[in-house]
Design a protein around this ligand. Structure first.
Ligand code: FPP
Length: 266
């Protein structure tokens, strides 16, 4: 699979590039509100390379990446996307050098502190998936505080994948189903795809309609393996800190032009 030049990367027809996102009408002109994805999931990749290109340290790249997170959350909210899942820290990321892990945890705590009010005001519910008990207490406390404060919000779910790995999620799902069978509350013959979905961390959320990965890597990296069975996937060479509203809308526009068949004949 190759990535074609930037201006025609996602759509065949030429699009004007001068979108003004401070004006919600320009966004409405580009996109069909009826065909907005119900769930967008993003693998945010390339912070380290962004920093290296500027002779900065990796934490500077993650800091800039946190700014891109704010932009994308704001855009998703403006466009009425009901669920946005961001892969912020994987189970594998614990293997990074200790200063980088600590830096990311500090950044996460600061992000939660700085965005608490904005999430409340914009009626966004914060949710987290992953092995949350592995996070440092200070991060867990702030995470729980913001999740509690936003629990009744209904306009959008910001779902942070933290210490997340899809294989661990699937193992946990199997354990939960096995326990129900052992207790006698579930007949193995009655297990369906719905039973599986209900026992994943994403229980109650629609599967992602759209999955985006930045930085040119074409991998799934242990992210939402069950849930992305029929997701439309977009890879972009843009490094995460450079990902902004223009490109997000460009991808959403291309997503809306795709025919989704779910294995059937249209
Ligand atoms: C991958 O880039 C990115 C991460 C492992 C962390 C993502 C974190 C952020 C975007 C900032 C903090 C998040 C929140 C929610 C505040 P990489 O470091 O693997 O980049 P590289 O592949 O270029 O080295």
């Amino acid at each position: 699979m190759s990535i074609s030049p930037r201006s025609t990367r996602y759509t065949k027809k030429k699009r004007k590039r001068s979108l003004n996102f401070s004006s919600s009408s320009s966004v409405r002109n580009e996109l069909d509100p009826e065909r907005m994805p119900k769930h967008v999931a993003i693998i945010m990749d390339g912070n380290g390379r962004w920093a290296r290109k500027r002779l900065l340290n990796r934490i500077n790249g993650h800091e800039k990446g946190a700014e891109a997170v704010r932009t994308v959350v704001r855009t998703a909210r403006k466009l009425n996307i009901p669920v946005l899942t961001l892969y912020a820290f994987s189970t594998e990321n614990w293997q990074r050098p200790q200063p980088e892990v600590s830096g990311l945890m500090l950044l996460l705590r600061r992000f939660l502190e700085s965005e608490h009010k904005t999430l409340v005001e914009n009626e966004i519910r914060l949710h987290a998936i992953g092995q949350i008990d592995r996070l440092p207490k200070a991060v867990r406390d702030k995470l729980n505080a913001v999740m509690n404060a936003t629990a009744d919000n209904t306009r959008m779910v910001l779902n942070l994948a933290l210490s997340y790995g899809a294989r661990t999620e699937i193992v946990d799902m199997v354990k939960r189903i096995a326990q129900s069978v052992q207790k006698g509350t579930l007949d193995p013959a009655a297990v369906t795809a719905e039973t599986v979905a209900e026992n994943l961390y994403t229980c109650g959320m629609p599967d992602p309609d759209l999955l985006i990965r930045t930085s040119g890597e074409m991998r799934i990296s242990n992210f939402l393996l069950w849930q992305i069975a029929y997701s439309e996937i977009f890879f972009t060479p843009t490094l995460w800190p450079d990902f902004g509203e223009d490109e997000f809308v460009e991808i959403l526009t291309a997503y809306q032009s795709r025919e989704r068949r779910f294995g059937a004949i249209p």
